[in-house]
Design a binder for this molecule. Structure first.
Ligand SMILES: [Zn+2]
Length: 340
């Protein structure tokens, strides 16, 4: 590959747009540029931001834009062949337009790879693990529960229609105390995300605090539920039983879901992303509870090889890619696809 080749990663989120540049070896060059997202104003506004970021990124390291040989782009919505299928937080003009081809045309024909944010983050975690060449399944509990799968060799598995790996919406049979399946943000009942997400956490906190035995709990005050959800982590870290039981239940149910996903994909490596990855200390307990759930549901051979018990068949790691994981992931893919 020519040494003068560069590849850009453009991570279009609902809140921010992050852009980076990598060189022919896949190393990040220069700094990441992060700006507030204007996706609600239509794709033209975002295209303007991306173009200006590309100019800044290339100028910062003294190269011409013609040296950017390929672009990776990720969007916060399901998409197929460059076309977004769902609106999410975007302006409606994003839907149905071939975003990939239009952007490529706008910047003079540089080839563009486009995928969704879950795949991009999974690709980013793959890209930072230089020595890992097997599969990688990412699950990221956040407001919802996102995910992505990278196949051995480094391609994201996107499915026939770009709709694969909606891990948050696989079925989870767990019911609330009243016997009902919880309603998910997608409108369906009984999704994994309805147990494992910030939204789920808020519901669980409200339900638990309403119980007579918890009426004297420190969180039973006028604090908005959003804040309570953040405070719950501090409580758990201080050993509060209620906080621990809520998180433990959530982590175990995630472990059960992961057992099913691992049985289907056998990725070898499961990476846990989302905000919890940033919580040193607490995350160790959370990981333990995930593994408890996993061990309960998965056969032993999904933990250790029956032939060589030293060989771990499914490893669990926290995400290490940080804020730039998605941008790096799509830049990594662009390099794989478009290098000479
Ligand atoms: Zn759902």
């Amino acid at each position: 590959m020519a040494e003068s080749e560069y590849f850009a990663g453009l991570d279009i989120g609902g809140t921010t747009v992050k852009t980076i540049l990598v060189d022919h070896r896949g190393e990040v060059v220069g700094d990441m540029i992060e700006v507030r997202s204007h996706v609600k104003d239509g794709f033209d506004a975002t295209f303007g931001q991306l173009e200006s970021a590309l100019d800044q990124l290339t100028a910062a390291i003294g190269i011409g834009r013609d040296q950017v040989k390929g672009i990776g782009m990720d969007v916060p919505a399901p998409s197929c062949d460059g076309v977004i299928w769902g609106k999410a937080n975007l302006h409606e003009n994003w839907v149905g337009t071939n975003i990939r081809d239009q952007f490529s045309e706008r910047i003079g024909g540089t080839p563009v790879y486009m995928t969704n944010d879950g795949n991009a983050a999974a690709l980013g975690e793959y890209a930072v693990r230089r020595k890992h060449h097997g599969g990688l399944l990412l699950v990221a509990p956040g407001t919802g529960l996102g995910g992505g799968l990278v196949l051995p060799g480094g391609r994201a598995y996107e499915g026939a229609n770009g709709l694969a790996l909606e891990v948050g919406h696989i079925s989870s049979p767990y019911r609330e105390d009243d016997g009902e399946l919880p309603v998910c943000s997608c409108g369906k009942k009984g999704c994994l995300e309805a147990w494992v997400s910030l939204v789920a956490l808020r519901r669980r906190i409200a339900l638990e605090l309403a119980k007579p035995e918890n009426k004297d709990h420190g969180l039973n005050d006028e604090t908005p539920i959003e804040e309570k959800a953040f405070k719950l982590r501090d409580y758990a870290q201080q050993g509060d039983e209620l906080a621990i039981s809520i998180f433990r239940q959530q982590a175990q149910i995630l472990g059960y879901g992961l057992a099913d996903l691992v049985r289907v994909f056998d990725p070898g490596l499961v990476v846990l992303g989302g905000g919890l990855a940033e919580t040193e200390g607490f995350r160790d307990d959370y990981m333990l509870w995930i593994k408890e759930g996993f061990a309960e549901r998965a056969w032993p051979m999904y933990q250790n090889s029956p032939i060589n018990p030293e060989k771990i068949t499914t490893r669990f790691e926290w995400a290490v890619g940080g804020d730039s994981a998605a941008a790096l992931g799509v830049a990594f893919s662009a390099r794989e696809m478009f290098r000479s």
